[in-house]
Design a protein around this ligand. Structure first.
Ligand code: DP6
Length: 338
């Protein structure tokens, strides 16, 4: 029966970073992220009767066929036994768009694969009202792009086995529970320093962790940070939150700078902005901190109730850096599918 399914899924920003993978898209360490609200991917999946032996998959991004991403989705869908029945009977046509500018330099594979996995799962007959829908979809999304598995829950989600943490798994993400009021309304103002595609992809970066001299201690550090962050999110300790979040951002980039094939994704303006954040915090004592994903753009994190104090900082200090754009986002609850 031909059907159309629509999903909207947000991106997420890791506070504790996934960097290094093993086996079939399993993480070398646990990670924890804040789910975003505004940065979303919408995917519409149209299933039509199959015209030939092999199912055809067409992927349109913002109205244009994206052949290479379509091939990635085709390979991904073929590899998952859960979608075999669907591909036996239907050709698939995806239409996708992002709510954030394409050139903004924000990683979109998390929101895209969360939405793709969810639509394929629903099209395969699983109802989104099943109590395990999110868990199954999170596992399937992970197989498309690791960080995508965390976009199913908000405001925080964790992924990866942690000794003593019930239900934690390398296979799928879990919502992080018992969030203190301090962290319920965090904002993420994303300063786009560079909007060109980066030269070294995250996949290559993950690969470089294989023979990285610091990998074993990095994986231990990240697991410890995850455990600490889970407690901090419960007890509301902003100082500890800032210290873990910023250390994680710098550790991630330190891994890139010290791998066999070393490279640098941060730019001079990234460093300048970070220094301004340190100065702002010292001068005001307000809980503004930064994180970075695998690129030069700076995510400024702060509670909503200091937004009016952060705004002048943004206007007076940061506009001088000739930012490509600024995206205002905040903690969200996950995706929807219908
Ligand atoms: C730095 O999830 O993009 O954003 O599994 O190869 O698709 P693949 O990698 P990806 O890596 C994300 C890396 C990161 C940290 C994080 O989101 O935890």
């Amino acid at each position: 029966m031909p059907q159309t399914i629509t999903a909207h899924f947000p991106s997420n920003i890791a506070l504790v970073k996934y960097w290094g993978k093993k086996g079939n898209q399993l993480p070398c360490n646990a990670s924890l992220s804040m789910t975003l609200s505004q940065a979303q991917t919408e995917v519409k999946l149209y299933c039509t009767e199959k015209k030939s032996q092999t199912a055809q998959i067409e992927y349109l991004f913002e109205g244009q066929t994206n052949q290479s991403f379509g091939q990635r989705v085709w390979r991904y869908a073929q590899q998952q036994p859960e979608f075999a029945g669907l591909l036996q009977n239907f050709d698939l046509h995806f239409e996708s768009k992002n709510t954030f500018p394409h050139s903004a330099g924000i990683a979109s594979s998390a929101s895209a694969f969360a939405a793709i996995a969810a639509t394929l799962l629903k099209a395969s007959g699983k109802s989104e009202s099943d109590s395990d829908f999110n868990q199954v979809a999170s596992r399937l999304a992970r197989l498309g792009s690791g960080s995508a598995c965390r976009s199913f829950y908000g405001p925080f989600a964790q992924w990866g086995h942690l000794e003593g943490v019930k239900d934690s798994s390398d296979e799928f993400a879990l919502p992080t529970t018992n969030i203190h009021d301090n962290f319920k309304q965090l904002r993420d103002t994303i300063l786009i320093v560079e909007d060109q595609p980066k030269k070294i992809s995250s996949s290559v970066g993950h690969g470089l962790m294989k023979n990285h001299p610091f990998a074993p201690s990095r994986f231990i550090q990240a697991n410890n940070h995850c455990m600490e962050m889970i407690s901090v999110l419960k007890n509301g300790d902003f100082e500890a939150f800032i210290s873990i979040t910023e250390r994680e951002a710098l550790s991630l980039h330190a891994m890139m700078m010290t791998s066999g094939d070393y490279y640098l994704l941060i730019k001079p303006d990234t460093v300048r902005i970070i220094e301004q954040v340190f100065q702002f915090r010292e001068a005001t004592g307000l809980p503004l901190c930064f994180t970075l994903d695998a690129g030069p753009n700076v995510h400024l994190l702060y509670p909503e109730n200091i937004q009016d104090k952060v705004q002048p900082f943004l206007e007076h200090y940061l506009q001088q850096y000739g930012l490509k754009s600024v995206i205002d986002d905040y903690a969200g609850v996950g995706g929807e599918i219908y």
